[in-house]
Ligand binder design. Sequence first.
Ligand SMILES: N[C@@H](CCC[C@H](N)C(=O)O)C(=O)O
Length: 275
Amino acid sequence: MNFAKMHGLGNDFMVLDGVTHNVYINPEQIRGWADRHRGVGFDQMLVIEPPYDPDLDFHYRIFNADGSEVAQCGNGARCLAIFAKRKGLTNKNHIKVSTKAGKMTLHVERDGRVTVEMGVPQFAPDQIPFRANKEEQTYLLRENDQTLMFAAMSLGNPHCVLEVDSIASASVAETGALLATHERFPEGVNVGFVEYLDRSHIKLRVYERGVGETLACGSGACAAAVLGMRQGKLDEQVEVELPGGKLTIRWQPGQTVRMTGPVEYVFDGYLKHER
Ligand SMILES: N[C@@H](CCC[C@H](N)C(=O)O)C(=O)O
């Protein structure tokens, strides 16, 4: 089986062509290939498939390193657009795809970056999903003698974001692991730690559901920017500085979130022995 290794700001992917090949994968294989010592090594596996709807160009499936299938991956969506063009699956610069979460449009820019229309954020607790009596701007959760304060939303996948004084000293591994599997998030959650620099610049680290901390999370960057805008702390265009690099996020209430960033094609590979 052929695959491509790609990344967006260090959030890395094994990308499979399910348009011209039949791709059969199971969670155990994904976990094996995701292994950074014994496999290919990646945060997510992406599979591009034929569209389910004549208005669309492709369907797009996403699997975390732990084998779980999820509905959204922003950095992956940018890579998928470049993969489709490079493999000759399309010559379009505006590519319409569906995921388990709905429809998205990917725009390949003249400078090679890709802008993704990520969808309209949802804040109602049952849509995240998050167990709460009512929708709030921020929620409090008491755990192990500490009180955690965070905002939460869905962008097709669940996110919560905690404000910290410094991302350098934030307890990303510990608090991230605690919240990512907390029973009040019945489907788990991606956990962002945001440091505000000014009204158009933030720093962010993300502990991803099904992976752990990654060098960048596109949907996490959108969530941190949108939640900061919603709280009146940020303007409608924000530069998000992640450990792996920068993304530009634009949003107006009620609209789709636009994320712009780079893509790197690392290499093409061939899996000789199937697991
Ligand atoms: N890295 C991604 C998000 C991947 C999915 C996430 N871990 C989840 O479980 O929802 C991104 O760039 O958005």
